[in-house]
Design a protein around this ligand. Structure first.
Ligand code: PLP
Length: 293
């Protein structure tokens, strides 16, 4: 689970390095006024960013979708994020970066050209991979462009609050009778030995962990399909697991107060998470060796 960055943590704001407690943005920032911005969350393991290019590619796609230019070149992003990690002690962290359209007189349409606000912080993470979670089924009340990693997360917040009120960790979202994703994760089900997850569409975020799991399923010849999953199929699944950069691959053992399968993490999840951890550990070792060379 991501911890909140400590007040003494060093953050990056518009080219400056500052303690978190001293970082300030204007109340006229369009991120504050309109939620007009996009973000990324990139995990680090053992002091190395995991899949940074995939995250920065998705950032480019989010920015293009909201008609903003990327204010930093790829190499500059890499340098900023690596410095951020180092300055906050390395190890296992969750790196958060956010770009808003900038500061302007409040109007939906900005009149003058704006300078984007660029912010990045990182916080230590206590890894909770493999820890079972519980979930509820919830109507997907979000807008129609869920492929964009927008900072406007009010619907996600409300759905997770509903999960919390009902004693669960995550809300699994249904749109027009079909599963889209979790409020902060992608969702996989297992039925009769076949792993299934909804295909990419504007209804869900193309999760970096989701895409890696699909790649690893194919590489390891585990039967799988990227197909739509109805609410009935979700409820009848033998196994359900969630993926996200911070939670990695988490088994869901209870859905709306009913056990999923036998109510304990299932055997297919067990193989998938082991394959994932092997891949992640090898990548981290390679990145550490590269840095040391
Ligand atoms: C709505 C939503 N879907 C999926 C994900 C998982 O994406 P990733 O694996 O890139 O972290 C997240 C991550 O926070 C999310 O907020």
């Amino acid at each position: 689970m991501a911890a909140i960055a400590q007040p003494g943590a060093i953050v990056y704001l518009n080219g400056e390095w500052l303690p978190l407690s001293e970082a300030r943005v204007s109340v006229l920032d369009r991120g504050f006024i309109f939620g007009d911005g996009v973000y990324e969350v990139i995990p680090s393991f053992g002091g190395r960013l995991f899949r940074p290019d995939q995250h920065l590619d998705r950032l480019d796609r989010s920015l293009a979708a909201v008609k903003m230019n990327n204010p930093l070149a790829r190499e500059r992003w890499r340098a900023v994020l690596n410095t951020l990690l180092e300055r906050n002690g390395g190890g296992d962290q969750s790196v958060y970066l956010q770009i808003t359209r900038g500061v302007a007189r409040r109007d939906h349409v900005p009149i003058e050209p704006l300078t984007p606000t660029v912010f990045a912080m990182s916080s230590p993470v206590v890894r909770q991979n493999r820890q079972p979670v519980t979930a509820i089924v919830c109507e997907d009340i979000r807008w129609k462009w869920c492929q964009i990693k927008s900072i406007a997360l009010l619907a996600n917040v409300l759905m997770r609050l509903e999960a919390q009120e009902r004693g669960a960790y995550e809300a699994l979202l249904i749109r027009d009778g079909f599963l889209t994703e979790g409020a902060a994760s992608n969702v996989f089900i297992v039925k009769d030995g076949v792993v299934r997850t909804p295909p990419h569409s504007k209804n869900l975020l193309p999760g970096i962990t989701r895409d890696l799991i699909v790649e690893l399923l194919a590489r390891n010849h585990i039967p799988h399909a990227e197909t739509s999953v109805s609410e009935a199929e979700l409820r009848a699944a033998d196994e359900i697991f969630l993926t996200s950069s911070v939670r990695e691959v988490a088994p869901v053992v209870k859905l709306d107060d009913r056990p999923v399968g036998k109510g304990v993490p299932g055997p297919v999840w067990e193989s998938v998470v082991s394959i994932y951890e092997q891949f992640r550990n090898a990548e981290v070792a390679r990145a550490q060796a590269g840095a040391a060379a």
